[in-house]
Design a protein around this ligand. Structure first.
Ligand code: UTP
Length: 293
């Protein structure tokens, strides 16, 4: 069984739903409490044992590269001022030397295209794909849960994190068909991108975390554009599913779609309330705002 050592983080999108905040700053650097979205997702990958972090970036995204580097002037100033706790946080958050790679997607042609841009860095091994605008809140991160499942599923398995939504909204997402259970996971019988409500095979949607076999890269090489004129990862997965098994994992934890304003604001509330250092004061302030204080 080949271990999952590498994770891909596509961060080259335009983030149009967050304009003007994302005019000069990448969406992936928006903070949930005091950590950028991309840091939360890298933390999840590190917890899952990932050793190499591949970022597919674009223009205006160089601050992400800086974020995952040391900042000597800042470190010196913090050290002169005796700010040890802050220094420890900075050191803890940083992947080690040589553990990050950055490549560019020159035009934002879709998620599938972003993954394909990382093909040389991924090489010929299975890899994790994490969308940085999806956060999953749980003690054991979503990717760690997926790797636990993957380790029981066999060498050519692909695993997708799925979650239940109300039938009323399935038409907005990629939806999977549910086959036989296997351990904690189940065989995926079909995948449909944005189905009509009546035609959706289930109410389980694809949630922004994937474990994929390297053969997906061959498919992406010849992939035609799909919905929205973009090269879609779901189309490539549908093609790969003809040759390799796909499994769905209903992960434990609550997800937040931080690409939407409501999801992003909800994540800030949920992550704020989960922090011992700020939760009591934050809860009181929320009650005040809601007129319940
Ligand atoms: P989204 O579609 O949610 O992000 O893609 P977006 O396009 O930046 O946002 P909006 O819809 O315009 O507001 C999910 C992730 O995939 C990356 C994005 O950066 C985001 O982290 N992505 C998307 C790419 O890297 N390249 C693309 O061509 C598309």
């Amino acid at each position: 069984m080949k271990p999952i050592r590498k994770a891909v983080f596509p961060v080259a999108g335009l983030g149009t739903r967050f304009l003007p905040a994302t005019k000069a700053m990448p969406k992936e650097m928006l903070p949930v409490v005091d950590r950028p979205l991309i840091q939360h997702v890298v933390d999840e990958a590190r917890q899952a044992g990932i050793e190499h972090f591949i970022f597919v970036t674009g223009r205006n995204k160089s601050v992400i590269e800086d974020h995952f580097d040391r900042q000597f002037e800042l470190e010196l100033t913090l050290s002169e001022r005796g700010k040890r706790a802050e220094l420890e946080v900075l050191a803890r958050d940083l992947p080690g030397p040589g553990q990050t790679s950055f490549t560019r997607q020159q035009s934002p042609l879709g998620l599938g295209h972003a993954v394909w841009c990382a093909r040389e860095l991924i090489g010929n091994e299975p890899f994790a794909l994490l969308l940085p605008d999806v956060l999953v809140q749980h003690k054991r991160g979503c990717l760690a849960q997926m790797i636990d499942a993957y380790n029981t599923l066999g060498d050519s398995a692909n695993v997708i994190a799925v979650e239940e939504v109300s039938r009323d909204v399935v038409h907005m997402y990629g939806v999977v068909g549910v086959g036989k259970p296997k351990g904690n996971a189940f065989a995926i019988t079909e995948m449909v991108e944005k189905p009509k409500r009546a035609e959706a095979p289930s109410n389980l949607i694809i949630t922004g975390r994937y474990i994929l076999q390297p053969e997906i890269l061959d498919i992406l090489t010849t992939q035609a554009t799909g919905a929205g004129g973009e090269i879609q990862i779901t189309d490539a997965m549908i093609a790969l599913a003809k040759k390799q098994p796909f499994y769905g994992l209903k992960f434990e934890g609550r997800s937040f779609d931080c690409g939407s304003k409501i999801g992003f604001l909800s994540a800030n509330v949920a992550y704020g309330l989960a922090r011992d250092d700020i939760a009591p004061a934050f809860r009181a302030e929320i009650k005040n705002l809601l007129g319940e204080g």
